[in-house]
Each structure stands twice: as C-alpha cells, then as structure tokens.
Design a protein. Sequence first.
Length: 214
Amino acid sequence: MEISNVEIAARLVLALILGGLVGLERESHGRPAGFRTHILVSVGSALLMVVSAYAFPSGDPGRIAAQVVSGIGFLGAGTIMREGATIRGLTTAASLWTVAGIGLTVGAGFYFSAVLGTILVLLTLVVLKQLEWKYLTAKHETLTMVIQDTPGQLARVFAVLAKFDVDVKNVELAGNDTGEAHLELQVDISPRYSRVSIIEELVATPGVKRASYK
C-alpha cells in the first residue's frame, strides 16, 4: 500500500490543526502543557502511525499505536502537580492522551473521526466546564459581616450558614468599642443554593447589620 507525499502532508497538517485547537484551550488557562506541546503530541502520533502503516506494510500498525498511547502517559504525568490535598493537572494529562489518539486517528486516515473527536474534546473542556462550575462545583467565597458583639450571635450566623450547606473553612472575628464585631469567613458555597439568597437570609437575621461577599 502506498501513500503520496501530498496525502502525508495533509494528514500531518490536519493533526497540527486539531492538536493546536485543544492546546489553545489549555494554553488559555495557563496550563504547563499548552499550545505547542499538544501540537507536538498530535503531529508526532500521526507521523508514527503513517510510518508504521505505510513504511512497513507487513507489520502491525496497532502495535505502534499501543506504544504511543502507553508512552504518552509519562508526558501526562509531568503535568500533574500536588498542592497539599489538591491534585492539579489531571485534565491536561487527559487532553494530552486524547490528542495522541487524535493524531493516531489522523495518521490512519480516519479524518471524520479525528475532527469529531476534537470537537467533542473542545466541548468537554469549554462547555462542560461552565456547566460543572455552575451546577456541580462548590464556589469559594470570602464572606464579610458586621454583627452585634453579643453572646449567641455567632451561633445565629452559623445556623443560617448550616441551613444553606455552607462549608466554613476559616473564621476571623475582630471586635471594637462600639459593640459591633467584624466577621470574615472563608466558605465553600454549594451550587444548589443562590449566593444572593444566603446574603438575604443573613441580613434578615437579628444582630447582623451588614453582609456581603468580599
């Protein structure tokens, strides 16, 4: 089986474009593996597939593909960082692995699959991220209040926060000579509840004079 130079060039350029689109999205978020890295992974995968399929027609191209998919894991591992109890970079590692698959698909000549796969990856990274943030992910906020410095006032505030499943991470309380206290809370707010509703409920609580997000 033979392939023309024009066809080879077309496949490599398409791999560059598709990998670059995913890389641009990662680059826009300041990820360690961005535009150029994704292009190199995609083009390199396509090139290996072309060589495997056409330079050695009696061989098994699937073996090269399997090695590429396996080997890209080492590159992906380099994008994963641990910060305390938080692990970052898993999405970028997954995007590198997927871009390698896109490159292999282009190298094998399945253009429709490669283009559709890229579109689905971009939809996942862009659209689903917005939905995740809006409906699934707890939002980190700094909540500030001016409250009366009287016994039991903190308990009333925390009762309201518990009603809305607000997870309090840190509390800072500073009193003054006027009988008031400034309360600052680091909180995670459940996506099930409106941020505005929480403020309204707090302001309606006896002893709470002001409440807002910092």
